[in-house]
Ligand binder design. Structure first.
Ligand SMILES: [Zn+2]
Ligand SMILES: [Zn+2]
Length: 105
C-alpha cells in the first residue's frame, strides 16, 4: 500500500473458477493475471491469458482484459471478468465473475 492510498502498481490477482457448461462439460480455470495497468479514468485493469484445464479430450486458450477496479469495504478490490475462450473441438466457453481480492483500490 502506498501513502496516497493507491494500489501497489505491480499487484495482480488470482482466480479459481469454472467456464460455462457447453457440449456437456466445463473446464476448470486457474488464472493469475498480469500486473495492473492504469486507465484514463484513474482506475486500473489487468490483462490475462492462458489455458483452461485440459478436460474431455481438449483445452481452450483465452486472452482477456478485466473490468475496472471494484473497491470493497475492507480496502481490497476485485475485477469482473467476462470473456470467451477460443473455439476448439466445435465449441467455446464463456467465463465470467470476479477474481480474488487484492489490497488497494
Ligand atoms: Zn487489481
Ligand atoms: Zn470445452
Amino acid at each position: 500500500m502506498y501513502a496516497n492510498g493507491q494500489s501497489d502498481p505491480v499487484h495482480n490477482h488470482g482466480s479459481v473458477t469454472h467456464t460455462s457448461c457447453d457440449h456437456g462439460h466445463a473446464h476448470q480455470c486457474l488464472d493469475i493475471t498480469g500486473p495492473s495497468i492504469p486507465t484514463a479514468s484513474g482506475s486500473h485493469v489487468h490483462h490475462s491469458e492462458g489455458w483452461v484445464m485440459y478436460y474431455h479430450g481438449h483445452a481452450h486458450y483465452y486472452k482477456a482484459v478485466s473490468g475496472p477496479s471494484i473497491g470493497m469495504n475492507n480496502k481490497y478490490h476485485v475485477h469482473e471478468w467476462d470473456f470467451y475462450t477460443t473455439h476448439d473441438d466445435g465449441h467455446r466457453h464463456h467465463v465470467n465473475g470476479p477474481d480474488m481480492p487484492a489490497p488497494g483500490v
